[in-house]
Design a protein around this ligand. Structure first.
Ligand code: LLP
Length: 418
């Protein structure tokens, strides 16, 4: 199921979108570490999904992957919608130009107040996944402004690139077991101002085979039958996000293959469907630019220490994810001697990647950590009172700073001495 042709964001065209000269200028003018995004890679990835789905209204970008306003406004212009998990993500979506009708509140844990706030706000859909959310929706329902709601189902399927990324398991904290759904559906259907129409799942993240979705559709379609005589038939399935990215190479799973599989299962059912891709839209669009500070031996094994660490990019520390790390001028020949790539903070777990063919790099050299446009900056922290990196967007040969580097004063904003 690997895919992509020369123009697809999953291919080495992605590397060409970050010319060495431009990266060097950015390092000089903006400094390091800096996240650098390519508008053309971003747009191509969104268009690939839109083309696969045949309609931008079926594609809701999962904002949690990247909430930079420059990135979001670039995606907004492609016509996709946006899935938000929190009031903060919703506010960013609005600031980036998404109209409420293209904003979906996702089936993630929410405070009752946040559900009440989303009901009657003219949003595309609000997905509920726990009793207090259902109660809040019923309480806030307004017959004058009916709200389309969905229920997140926990289908009991194990899928995802790491145990922390498996969200559809029988013991996951998200959503309702299938047998719990009918009673809740009937309550929603009996509430003036709520229109239950959607069953939603999100199976996990970093999935590179289609089989988990097949099994989820078995569960969902069975529920559709069971809800048929409630007076509020299911109209749509939201199959979530989760399509993986091949961080070690260029062969990504193809969104079109997933869409075809879902469409084939729903053919003739009258059911619509939608997708919530995060990683597969933004991952390839970003690199993290970092400078080598020094080299050292660790028990006889060579390592390099960079000015970016796990506070800037945490995916190796959290999930053992091995992103490609390369000099800005391009990767060393395969077979070259390898080093571990470490960050500068005061923990041994501060690692960006291991076993990289970067033996020949020297202090002062510039490197990029590739495919960090999803779950990169959004998971950065200020640990060790390190200002978070700048973010830069490349567009038509030019670059603009879409988020300035934090200053030292930013670090204690809102704090007071006593
Ligand atoms: N929809 C829902 C309800 C979700 O919870 C998520 C991701 C998505 C869509 C988008 O999934 P994607 O297509 O990006 O896999 N920090 C982790 C990823 C956590 C994803 C959580 N939910 C990482 O760095 O891999």
């Amino acid at each position: 199921m690997t895919g992509g042709n020369g123009a697809a964001p999953g291919t080495s065209a992605g590397r060409a979108a970050f010319p060495a000269g431009t990266l060097e200028s950015i390092a000089r003018e903006v400094g390091t570490p800096t996240y650098v995004y390519s508008a053309s890679v971003l747009t191509a990835a969104a268009r690939r999904w839109i083309e696969a789905a045949g309609d931008p209204a079926r594609v809701y970008f999962a904002a949690k992957a990247n909430t930079n306003l420059g990135v979001l406004s670039t995606l907004e212009a492609t016509g996709v919608g946006i899935e938000v998990a929190t009031p903060g993500e919703r506010a960013r979506a609005v600031a980036a130009g998404f109209p409420p009708t293209r904003i979906l509140v996702g089936g993630v844990p929410k405070a009752a107040a946040d559900v009440r706030d989303a009901i009657g706000a003219g949003l595309a859909l609000v997905v509920l996944q726990a009793d207090h959310e259902v109660e809040a929706a019923i309480e806030a329902a307004r017959p004058q402004v009916p709200t389309r709601v969905g229920i997140r189902v926990r289908p009991g399927i194990t899928a995802g690139a790491h145990p922390s990324l498996e969200t559809g398991r029988v013991d996951a904290k998200f959503g309702y077991a299938p047998e719990e759904v009918p009673a809740i559906w009937k309550r929603l259907a009996a509430t003036d101002g709520l229109e239950p129409e959607v069953l939603a799942v999100h199976l996990g993240s970093g999935i590179d085979a289609l089989d988990p979705w097949e099994r989820a559709l078995d569960v969902l379609l069975d529920l559709v039958d069971r809800l048929a005589d409630t007076g509020a038939p299911v109209r749509e399935l939201d199959v979530g996000g989760g399509l993986g990215v091949d961080y070690g190479a260029d062969g990504d799973p193809d969104p079109a293959a997933l869409v075809r599989r879902v469409d084939a299962r729903l053919a003739g059912s009258g059911l619509a469907s939608r997708f919530e891709p995060g990683r597969s839209i933004t991952a390839r669009s970003g690199v993290l630019l970092t400078r080598v500070l020094y080299r050292r031996e660790r028990g006889g094994a060579p390592a390099i220490v960079c000015d970016a660490g796990f506070t800037d990019f945490g995916r190796y520390a959290l999930y053992g994810a091995q992103h490609r790390i390369e000099p800005v001028h391009g990767p060393a020949a395969s077979g070259a001697a390898t080093v571990d790539v470490l960050g500068p903070t005061c923990e041994s777990g501060d690692v960006l990647g291991t076993g990289r063919p970067l033996h020949d790099v020297r202090p002062g050299d510039l490197l990029i950590v590739r495919d960090v446009g999803a779950y990169g900056f959004v998971m950065a922290s200020n640990y060790n009172s390190r200002p978070r990196p700048a973010e830069v967007l490349l567009s038509e040969g030019d670059f603009s700073v879409v988020r300035g580097r934090e200053t030292l004063q930013d670090l204690w904003r809102g704090e007071v001495t006593v």
